[in-house]
Design a protein around this ligand. Structure first.
Ligand SMILES: [Zn+2]
Length: 152
């Protein structure tokens, strides 16, 4: 999908993310977050944050949307739209950035601001997680191990 086609879809995806945000389960933080994940084939999966009394088990909206997509058989993503109430552009937490990087560095996170203006800004996962570690890092390290062993 080219940039112009993606940009044209973003307002509708923001609406889906806002609808998902309304389903957030966040009795501890009261910080509602919604996500809408556009897959390469055009499928859309949403997510909201799901908190837990055992705080470390809280799940972010981004990861919930990715889990929804993967569990339906999707692994190729185009953009993840993120909505929350922070009045400026803000990216995902570090854990979510790493989970996004599992599925490549050349797709987009779309940050938004609240309100009716539909202001948004898209960044690649590579921009979101510079020098990021991903599946290819494991492959690349295997080659290095062989080089080290052959030098011994
Ligand atoms: Zn997160």
């Amino acid at each position: 999908m080219n940039d112009a086609d993606l940009d044209a879809l973003i307002p509708g995806l923001i609406k889906k993310a806002r609808d998902a945000r309304e389903k957030a389960y966040c009795p501890y933080s009261n910080f509602k977050v919604g996500a809408a994940l556009l897959c390469e084939d055009g499928s859309i999966f949403t997510g909201c944050n799901v908190e837990n009394a055992s705080y470390g088990l809280c799940m972010c909206a981004e990861r919930v949307s990715i889990a929804n997509a993967v569990s339906a058989g999707h692994r190729q993503f185009t953009a993840l739209i993120l909505v929350c109430d922070v009045p400026y552009f803000i990216g995902s937490c570090g854990m979510c950035r790493q989970v996004m990087a599992e599925f490549g560095f050349d797709w987009y996170l779309v940050m938004t601001t609240p309100g009716i203006n539909n202001d948004w800004k898209k960044v690649t996962i590579k921009e979101l997680l510079p020098y990021g570690f991903g599946p290819i890092s494991l492959d690349d390290s295997k080659g290095q191990k062989e080089n080290i062993q052959s030098n011994e």
